[in-house]
Design a protein around this ligand. Sequence first.
Ligand code: NAD
Ligand code: IPM
Ligand code: MN
Length: 367
Amino acid sequence: MSNPSLLILPGDGIGPEVMAEVRKIIDWFGAKRDLVFDVSEDLVGGAAYDAHGTPLHDDTMAKAQEVDAVLLGAVGGPKYDVLDFSVKPERGLLRLRKEMDLFANLRPAQCFDALADFSSLKTEVVSGLDIMIVRELTSGVYFGEPRGIFEEGNERVGINTQRYTESEIERVARASFELAMKRDKKLCSMEKANVMESGILWREVVTRVGADYPEVELSHMYADAGAMQLTRWPKQFDVIVTDNLFGDLLSDLAAMLTGSLGMLPSASLGAPMANGRPKAMYEPVHGSAPDIAGQGKANPIACILSFAMALRYSFDQGDEATRLEKAIEAVLADGYRTADLLGEEGRDPVSTSAMGDAIVAALDASL
Ligand code: NAD
Ligand code: IPM
Ligand code: MN
């Protein structure tokens, strides 16, 4: 059988820096665990715009459709702020998600013991935290029509449309119930059914799907109250399912429960392919971090944990994923900290590449 294929799209800013560390991990699994991937690399975002005048070349899109999994770094940056909206780096990422139909974005927020003191919240609020936010990723206000900036009388109006079909809600709800069944059997759905018709439909459909999962305790929360509850007592949640925009906001919020945005991975999953694997792209939750790009300061853990999710969800290598997660845990317990994990007055951070090397050393120690 041929090796599983991985398309790597490092992107912009710190994307290539954190991806270089993931490459070390991929090489380690090839050399030490006989887990060899056919890796190819291509451009996305501003890097693709610079080379081709488009944030995602059609050939790259076609490759992404063919491989077993895509691994993406981050896109965007101030250099591209002046570009027309249609060719901004972020459009490349949104096109990948839409055309691959990656409707379920799994964003786990897990607080490693070694970092429990570092969160801006009290230690007891976050210690042992392990929740999963499932963000709908291919619809909602990100893609709804009509959209645009139009003339209306003597001024302009900016329009975006929140739109969800029943089947779009149903499939992400089902994916979330399935996840809940494998975890603590608790699912909280977040919308704003009090003010939005799309929220009313969302709640109705999630409730209907819930009838197929009687073992799962289903609750509903308005998303604004959900944000409050996530900071008040996040451990009340297990799996949260929510729409595209609320999921974007709530997952950045959840990142800070774990200590840093540089810690949060994600898996963007679609329907199963012919080989039974889900269409998949793995991407850290953070962006291209222009404020620290090019300085060796980026935390590569979110991107490395995204590769761990690839091992688990695309390649049936749950044990190896756990091995990698444990290696990260060990390195953090040993006191390795990139600058984002030290706070304002933090001294002696390790560099991006030193963090990657330490994780490789911890993997060696795991054998
Ligand atoms: P950001 O996530 O890039 O950065 C927010 C803050 O978190 C910054 O202070 C940054 O230094 C810090 N940070 C983020 N990742 C880090 C890491 N791995 N290690 C250490 N610190 C880290 O968000 P932003 O500044 O709002 O956006 C910058 C650009 O990134 C924009 O163009 C935005 O559109 C894009 N973006 C892309 C993605 C993606 O590609 N998936 C996600 C979010 C934002
Ligand atoms: C994310 C990012 C993206 C989003 C942008 C860069 C398109 O913020 O992945 O969380 O809004 O989905
Ligand atoms: Mn975001």
